[in-house]
Ligand binder design. Sequence first.
Ligand code: CMP
Length: 139
Amino acid sequence: ALERTFSIIKPDATERNLTGAVNAKIEEAGLRIVAQKRIQMTRGQAETFYAVHKERPFFGELVDFMISAPVVVQVLEGENAITKYRDVMGATNPEQAAEGTIRKAFAKSIGENSVHGSDAAETAAMEIAQFFSGNEIVG
Ligand code: CMP
């Protein structure tokens, strides 16, 4: 089915000027970038976004990292966009990521792993709504 997923190009990637390189991999995979903006996340936004992880030992480190530099938030559209983007991203740990994936190419570590993508339809809808209003998404 035609789906939308939410993507973040994380600080380790924006700092190394990899926004265009990541977008090339997204578009080569047949996903369409239907909304995109570069923002400096606030601590509150990052804590809300990662609320499901708040009991994890790495939560503080994760929030600090996500506000350490600008990020690019995006909505991607395509057939099976949620699964397709997770395939394009590769495994969370770049050491386990397959050849050709974004994380294999660019990620520095399990924390500084260059991109985020929604894991399911319900989370995609919530994550998109946190950062975009309907009129900012142009399919
Ligand atoms: P993401 O898909 O954005 O969702 C949760 C993030 O937590 C994940 O990517 C990783 O960047 C981060 N994460 C997961 N496990 C660890 C870990 N062991 N140490 C630090 N960060 C982690």
